[in-house]
Ligand binder design. Structure first.
Ligand SMILES: [Zn+2]
Length: 292
């Protein structure tokens, strides 16, 4: 295990033993002293993908390497592009052009404005330098290590399969989710409508989970955001898939404590990692044999 304190922790080898890299960008629970939020911590924590790092804790046993963010997603979100920032949050002009997306205008962007059901996170404007500090201390080092892992794996095996791991509330919050009030599937696999990984990769994950009785949807309502968009280039041997796990399968969403389903789900996810590790090894071997 290697750690950049407060920023990321890596489980598994610097270059994995199989061409499978995983990351959990939203399971961080170390709230920085300089956060200075006004919203209650319990409400803020609803933005966390709590326990996703532990649910995929078996990944290194199957030769994969996993990277976890340690800071909370609501402090700064590594799954958003640097220009996906709401200028309304700031006390002054941002020095570069901004392109806030739909979710950002709903309050959940690179730096979120709202949490829970429309609760303002701050009672003050954020200083431009404060946001720049979060980018430099958290966003950049996380992306640097994830990119290094993905590129080093590709260099060793000729292909890399990456799984970007998340969890979702059982039902989207009113006013903040695009599918507010509609119950969600057990799992949502996101490949940005077939553009970030090979069909066989997402299909393998889908069949594995469906065979265990889980209800699985693709790209509905989550297609994948910045991380799979940035790293998923299947034509260049870089495959990136987002997995969203329904939180009701493993925790009480009010107390955030694991529920009775936790152990069963963790065992199922260990099986999924083993299956995807085998798939990645076999596919990379074929790629290596057929390379010119
Ligand atoms: Zn997430």
């Amino acid at each position: 295990m290697l750690e950049l304190p407060g920023v990321w922790r890596r489980h598994g080898a610097a270059v994995p033993e199989v061409p499978l890299v995983m990351d959990s960008p939203h399971s961080g629970t170390s709230y920085p002293a300089d956060y200075r939020h006004a919203a209650p911590l319990a409400t803020l924590r609803r933005a966390e993908d709590t326990h996703v790092d532990v649910l995929f804790g078996d990944a290194p046993r199957f030769g994969a390497t996993r990277l976890d963010a340690l800071f909370p997603r609501s402090y700064i979100d590594v799954n958003r592009a640097l220009d996906d920032l709401d200028p309304e949050l700031l006390d002054g002009p941002w020095p570069e052009p901004l392109a806030p997306g739909t979710k950002t205008t709903l309050g959940i962007g690179l730096v979120s404005r709202l949490c829970g059901a429309m609760v303002p996170i701050y009672d003050r404007p954020l200083a431009v330098d404060e946001v720049r500090g979060r980018i430099d201390r958290c966003w950049r080092p996380y992306h640097t290590e994830l990119e290094r892992l993905i590129e080093a794996t590709h260099a060793r095996f000729g292909a890399v399969f990456h799984v970007n791991c998340h969890s979702m509330p059982a039902v989207g919050a009113d006013g903040m989710a695009l599918d507010a009030g509609r119950p969600r599937a057990d799992f949502v696999l996101g490949d940005r409508d077939g553009t970030t990984c090979a069909e066989a990769f997402v299909g393998t994950a889908e069949r594995f989970l469906a065979a265990r009785g889980y209800d699985v949807r693709r790209n509905d309502p989550f297609k994948g955001v910045e991380i799979v968009r940035k790293f998923g280039r299947p034509g260049a041997g870089r495959h990136s898939l987002q997995i969203e796990i329904n939180r009701r399968l493993y925790m009480n969403e009010d107390t955030r404590e694991p529920n009775d389903g936790f152990a069963r789900l963790r065992a199922a996810l260990a099986g999924l990692v083993e299956c995807l590790a085998g798939f990645a090894r076999d596919r990379a071997a074929v790629t290596a044999r057929t390379a010119p």
